[in-house]
Ligand binder design. Structure first.
Ligand SMILES: [Zn+2]
Length: 110
């Protein structure tokens, strides 16, 4: 299974590693660190020029984003109220009589 990552995030992390490499007081590096840093610049170049995979971003949305529901309450008496405006209503009404929002259709238990 393929694993997709953010190119920009990876480049940022590589650049941060390069930035964090130890340096001498005069700004130079010892030979090993200089070679390692050169390797990271090469990796950065590979990441930059790697072809993109053919993927699509998935945007998740609520199935019924603009619907309300009748919420049961039992104090000081039993009934149902609109989840949007709080109006007391009848649970089998398809719309709130007060704010007009459409209610989710709940399966009835029998
Ligand atoms: Zn309402």
């Amino acid at each position: 299974m393929s694993d997709y990552i953010s190119r920009e995030e990876l480049k940022l992390r590589i650049r941060n590693k390069i930035y964090d490499m130890p340096k001498n007081s005069d700004g130079t590096m010892n030979q090993a660190d200089a070679m390692f840093t050169d390797g990271m610049y090469r990796a950065l170049d590979l990441v930059e020029h790697m072809p993109s995979a053919d993927v699509r971003e998935i945007i998740k949305v609520e199935a019924e984003p603009n619907k309300g529901e009748w919420e049961f309450f039992d104090y000081p008496y039993m009934g149902y109220r609109c989840s949007k405006c709080g109006a007391i209503g009848n649970y089998d009404h398809k719309f709130c009589h007060d704010c007009g929002i459409e209610m989710k259709v709940e399966p009835t238990e029998e």
